[in-house]
Design a protein around this ligand. Structure first.
Ligand code: 3H9
Length: 680
């Protein structure tokens, strides 16, 4: 490479975060290059895996050492440079990383690079000129899409949009260097920008759907400043919004979730060098909704999968459903025709279980009944080669008992997917007493390939997700008896940020499954504890939810929209009367407190019992399994933001009013007394 081009590297593994030391280094190197008469142009590139993942998120909220330039200062200096600066992007340019590139006079990337401004996913807006420069480069409409969604896009798309000037065909640095000599000093912040009111209106409409999540609306405001104010004022406005959001609870919550997602895979007694079984083929038992969805997860990840189902008509129906889902993705352009064909080829069905003999993992997804599961595992034990991981998708049953029906309990683990399995990100990995470290490490690695968030949990009824759901639903049912109606409970919870209330969710899932479980458990139910008969009585009317056109709500023919039903209101009022309860109205906040604090209290018990490793793991289960608003950080983080003293006070009051179910978890009580948090 010519001496006339100076390559300045960002070198801060693992992701080249633009922390204080990097910013100081970049500023110094830029000044040196500008002062060096031999140097005619500069290339900015990243060492290691990528260009840069942006600002060092760990530094947010901390003071930089005195004299450290801010990221906007560095980018301004780059843009004002009197010698051309070209960004050479490989791997990822995200957030501040892309903003730095936008300050350069040209951008060139390798074809497999990914670029984007994911700041909204951290509850902030791009704060180093991204909201001001990007619309000047690619127009308001496209910029709004990228900034409000926060997704990374592939380099060819970024090239087509005009973010990149070139895709390097050969060596990236050489290509960047040849482009740098003589490239004009095109300063992005000086480019004109045209207002686009209809694009703003559409973006605002889309962002309004995010139920209380502030960052996308704030990002739109920042882009509007770019489109309507003189550049200097626009940049100032962006900075103001960024500083306000970076200090907000929502951003703190989202940053915590970002790190929690990475921490979940770190299991204290399963070190990173644990032997991992390579999974090149998979089997799924059962082709119902769950089995089919799980099979799709494997095919989506490029892993050949055989679905075994003894009932030929169920197999046919299940495979048709999978075909239909893929076909619909193809027709909507979400997957290409080639990808559609690839996935269909990877997936096959059989009634012959011996076809599972050589697979590396089998996931059982049959009916939730212990005897059936045990018999399936006995069969698998005799069919599968030694070393096959035998996984169960049970949502509540004792994994140790299931493992006990095999001669290889160390290879047995729970992999609890959430419905729809091909969509929901969570995989609760249930560790049995004898599950080996190799099995755990292998399933965690598999989860990454399947694009799932794996969380390790211990054995108990319902594990983390469903056990907390039971506590939450119980309180919702008691609220109905005490004076609320299903749509009021649902509305309060949705306004809080959950995608659905407990009753719309129950109607969607079907009420008959829970009813069957309750009937089975009736003999062993602790009778002195409060028990609501409302769900049973609704089932006795043959109302099983959406599939029968009626449940807690009624549904017009062909519609999935829940309509409050006077018949249910009078059923509920009748139950209150029978119980001698004087019904009273509940405010939105009261409903949220009863339901969400029940979740938190159960979560505290789960932590205390060691069923989850950390509070942030409990949060991930609720964010990725049930759609708990990410910007609230999950139930345990939310409790910390409310203050555990307040949460404990309310739970103790509910306990007095309602008895045993709401007995405060000792951990909650202790932390409230000591002024601690679940994060500690
Ligand atoms: C921003 O730029 C604000 C500006 O607009 C304004 C400023 C004024 N900081 O994900 P991985 C850690 S906001 C600190 O497993 P991958 C991560 O925790 C930023 N740490 O790798 C992990 O640590 P550990 C906007 C970070 O290859 C390790 O690096 N940018 C950061 O699967 C490896 O990470 C973003 O939102 C960071 N920025 O995925 C991008 N990024 O080993 C955030 C990562 O201790 N990053 N770490 O567990 C990502 O999305 C992914 O890391 C990326 C690579 C796709 C880049």
């Amino acid at each position: 490479m010519s001496d006339k081009v100076r390559v300045v590297f960002i070198d801060n593994p693992p992701v080249n975060g633009l922390g204080a030391a990097v910013r100081t280094h970049l500023m110094k190197e830029l000044e040196r290059a500008l002062a060096d008469e031999e140097v005619e142009a500069i290339v900015l590139a990243g060492k290691g895996k990528m260009f840069s993942a942006g600002a060092d998120i760990r530094e947010f909220g901390k003071k930089a050492p005195p004299g450290t330039p801010s990221l906007p200062d560095v980018i301004d200096a780059v843009e004002r440079s009197t010698k051309p600066v070209v960004a050479a992007i490989h791997g990822v340019a995200a957030g501040g990383g892309l903003e730095l590139a936008l300050g350069c006079h040209a951008r060139i990337a390798s074809s497999d690079a990914r670029l984007g401004l994911p700041e909204v996913t951290l509850g902030i807006v791009p704060g180093a000129g991204g909201t001001q420069r990007l619309p000047r480069l690619i127009g308001v409409r496209e910029a709004l899409g990228l900034i409000t969604e926060g997704k990374l896009i592939p380099a060819p798309k970024a090239h087509a949009l005009g973010i990149l000037d070139e895709i390097a065909s050969g060596d990236l640095l050489s290509a960047a260097a040849s482009r740098a000599s003589g490239t004009p000093l095109r300063r992005t912040s000086e480019l004109p920008v045209t207002d686009d009111p209809s694009a703003f209106a559409e973006a605002e409409k889309a962002a309004a759907k995010s139920r209380g999540f502030e960052a996308p609306l704030a990002a739109i405001e920042a882009v509007k400043a770019a489109a309507t104010l003189p550049a200097e004022q626009g940049f100032r406005k962006e900075r103001e919004i960024f500083l306000k959001l970076v200090a907000s609870d929502q951003s703190k919550a989202l940053r915590r979730v970002f790190f929690a997602e990475r921490e979940a895979a770190k299991i204290p007694d399963v070190p990173p060098d644990t032997n991992v079984k390579e999974i090149v083929s998979a089997g799924v038992i059962g082709c119902g909704t769950m089995g089919g969805g799980i099979a799709m997860c494997f095919a989506n990840a490029g892993i050949p999968v055989v679905v075994a189902e003894s009932d030929p008509s169920a197999l046919e129906r299940g495979l048709e459903k999978i075909f239909g889902l893929y076909e619909s993705s193809r027709s909507k352009g979400r997957i290409s025709k080639d990808e559609f064909e690839r996935r269909m080829t990877l997936l096959s069905g059989t009634a012959d279980f011996s076809r599972l003999s050589q697979t590396d993992i089998v996931v059982e997804a049959v009916f939730e009944e212990m005897d059936i599961k045990k018999s399936v595992f006995r069969d698998l034990d005799s069919i599968c080669k030694p070393g096959t991981i035998l996984a169960t998708n049970t949502s509540s049953l004792d994994v140790n008992e299931i493992a006990g029906s095999t001669s290889r309990p160390s290879s047995v683990i729970g992999t609890h997917f959430f419905s729809p399995a091909n969509v929901m990100k969570l995989m609760e990995c249930v560790r049995g007493a004898q599950t080996s470290k190799e099995t755990i490490a292998s399933v965690f690695q598999l989860a990454k390939r399947l694009d799932k968030v794996a969380v390790l949990v211990g054995v108990c009824d319902g594990f983390v997700g469903n056990r907390m759901l039971y506590a939450y639903r119980r309180q919702a049912d008691f609220l109905l008896e005490d004076g609320a109606l299903p749509h009021e409970v649902d509305q309060a919870v949705v306004e809080f940020g959950l995608p659905m209330g407990p009753y719309a969710m129950a109607d969607l899932a079907g009420l008959d499954i829970g009813w069957a479980v309750r009937k089975r458990q009736e003999a062993t139910r602790p009778k002195p504890l409060r028990y609501s008969t409302i769900p049973d009585r609704i089932c006795e009317l043959g109302r099983f939810g959406q599939k029968t056109g009626a449940g807690f709500y009624r549904y017009e023919k062909g519609s999935r929209t829940p309509v409050p039903d006077p018949e249910i209101a009078s059923l509920i009022e009748g139950v209150s009367k029978e119980l001698g309860i004087e019904r009273r109205p509940f405010t939105r906040d009261e409903i949220v407190e009863r339901c969400i604090y029940a979740l938190i209290n159960e979560g505290a018990k789960i932590l205390e019992e060691g069923i989850a490793l950390r509070a942030s793991d409990v949060d991930l289960v609720w964010i990725h399994g049930f759609g708990f608003p990410r910007y609230r950080g999950g139930p345990m983080f939310y409790a910390d933001t409310v203050g555990l003293k307040k949460v404990y006070g309310a739970v103790a009051r509910f306990h007095e009013e309602q008895g045993e179910w709401m007995r405060p978890a000792p951990l909650l009580e202790r932390l409230a007394r000591e002024g601690g948090t679940f994060q500690d």
